[in-house]
Design a protein around this ligand. Structure first.
Ligand code: NAP
Ligand code: MG
Length: 454
């Protein structure tokens, strides 16, 4: 069995070696999950709910440990990592209400009674990227388990540690063996096997648009159910009538949080021309204040990038000679550090303006009026997230209806709330996670007619 050496990205030092599953191990675990499905699906709704609440409680009891592990493995700031572990707990609690509320319908029909049932699918394969290892896993496994499915979860090779720990904590909480399985391994081996192994009935994939398209093609072969959360190039649209002070103060966090490695990063800032200079002045102050430092520090607002490879990829977007508006700061020395970097886009065809960079680089561009703002925001193959800043609420309504994206905030940069649906338009994805309807993505609707005429 091969192994992978997990590296602390803040120091570029080895943390530990993790065994990588091969095809046979992946198949054996999938078979185990399928066996566990036979009994898990039949657990009384109230008991399944209780087990999920136990799982949430055990996660909460280990919140600090999970957070510290994420700091070590992923370089996330300790503040973010605590939020991420808390998000897993909250998702488990939220979906623990689902088993007892998985309602079907009774539909009036002639000559009988008609009832719909929400049936679990079977084994769900969840493929997680390295940027938010804990929350993205939880958005899949919490509703999947609640609906009566069993789960095989593949963390990203770079960031397996919290997923492995969550797998252990599930057992501590009393989730039966085989119901929730974590399989560290390569995407090209374990991830692909989830797609090709017919026992896996659905794939939940978060990651790059390129890999997502390949998975979609693979799923077609078995008409395998699929949810995709892919890339983004979201717009932060700032109108002249906005609270410019507030918009500028919030803009660094909206793109540089998690070192920009966020599919919801507002990596294009669209500013109405009449306030461009005043915005840039305030934005520069905010970027210079943005604390890029060791992620263990309570004051850290941004840590390192995930890997040397990711740092190289991101730096390619800012080659020597690039005209830079201004930068923030970053530690020197070991680790994969890069200072927040602000570019003024020369045209909408600039590579840095168009492509998902997944690093701390943002492009600013001016717009003329409301129609121009909507046109620019929509000039992208992506459509995941975005923000609109204006004091005119009617304009906020019109623009939020006009932008083709799944998750928008007006006068805020928040993207993810576990109570509300999350997902992308266009090439940002397919389907929705979280919120009250996520159970639909983990169940089949079965319709049964009972003849009452004799
Ligand atoms: P990626 O290759 O799409 O990886 C995402 C997950 O898919 C990982 O668990 C990966 O496993 C797995 N995977 C890779 N190839 C696979 C395959 N052929 N079949 C099944 N699973 C497969 O993303 P990445 O290489 O980590 O990042 C590259 C770029 O993708 C980033 O720079 C960013 O632009 C984008 N990205 C977007 C998001 C998002 O949240 N939307 C998240 C991550 C990355 P291994 O890592 O173990 O190979
Ligand atoms: Mg990859």
């Amino acid at each position: 069995m091969s192994t992978f050496t997990v590296i602390n990205p803040a120091t570029a030092t080895a943390v530990k070696d993790v065994a990588l599953a091969d095809l046979a191990t992946a198949d054996a675990t999938i078979a185990k999950a399928n066996k566990a499905f036979e009994t898990w699906r039949l657990v009384n709704p109230g008991d399944r709910a209780k087990l999920l609440r136990n799982f949430a409680r055990v996660v909460d009891e280990h919140l600090e440990e999970l957070a510290q592990l994420e700091v070590l493995n992923s370089g996330h700031t300790i503040g973010n990592a605590r939020w991420e572990a808390g998000n897993v707990r909250d998702c488990l609690n939220y979906y623990s209400a689902a088993p007892e509320r998985l309602f079907g319908r009774q539909i009036p029909v002639p000559n009988g009674i008609d009832i719909t049932f929400k049936e679990p699918l079977g084994v769900i394969g969840i493929i997680v990227p390295w940027n938010f290892p804990m929350p993205i896993a939880g958005w899949g496994f919490a509703p999947a388990l609640a609906a009566g499915n069993t789960v095989v979860l593949k963390p990203a090779e770079l960031t397996p540690l919290t997923a492995i720990r969550l797998g252990e904590l599930a057992l501590v909480a009393g989730i039966p063996e085989g119901v929730f399985n974590v399989i560290p391994g390569k995407g090209s081996i374990v991830g692909e096997r989830f797609v090709t192994n017919p026992i896996v009935r659905k794939i939940v994939f978060t990651g790059s648009t390129t890999v997502g398209k390949g998975i979609m093609r693979g799923c077609a072969d078995q008409v395998k159910r699929l949810t995709l959360e892919l890339g983004g190039k979201s717009a932060n649209v700032i109108f002249a009538d906005a609270d410019i002070e507030k918009a500028a103060a919030g803009a660094p966090g909206s793109v540089f949080d998690n070192a920009g490695q966020d599919c919801c990063a507002r990596s294009r800032i669209l500013v109405q021309r009449s306030v461009l200079d005043s915005f840039m002045e305030k934005f520069e102050v905010a970027v210079k204040k943005f604390r890029v430092e060791s992620p263990e520090l309570e004051t850290a607002e941004m840590g390192p990038l995930i890997s040397a490879g990711q740092l190289d990829r991101v730096r390619e977007y800012v080659p020597a000679g690039t005209e830079i508006a201004f930068t923030g700061s970053a530690p020197t020395g070991p680790g994969y550090w890069m200072a927040p970097t602000v570019l003024l886009a020369k045209s909408t065809s600039d590579r840095a303006y168009r492509e998902e960079i997944f690093g701390p680089v943002v492009s600013v561009i001016a717009f003329e009026d409301e129609a121009d703002a909507i046109r620019l925001a929509n000039d992208s193959e992506y459509g995941l997230s975005g923000s609109i800043w204006t004091r005119d609420l009617a304009k906020g309504v019109r623009v939020s209806r006009g932008i083709e994206a799944g998750n928008l905030s007006v006068n805020s940069n928040s993207s993810v709330r576990y109570w509300t649906p999350f997902g992308g338009y266009k090439q940002s994805g397919l389907g929705r996670e979280l919120g009250p309807d996520a159970l639909d993505a983990f169940t089949e609707t079965k319709n049964v007619f009972f003849d009452t005429t004799n």
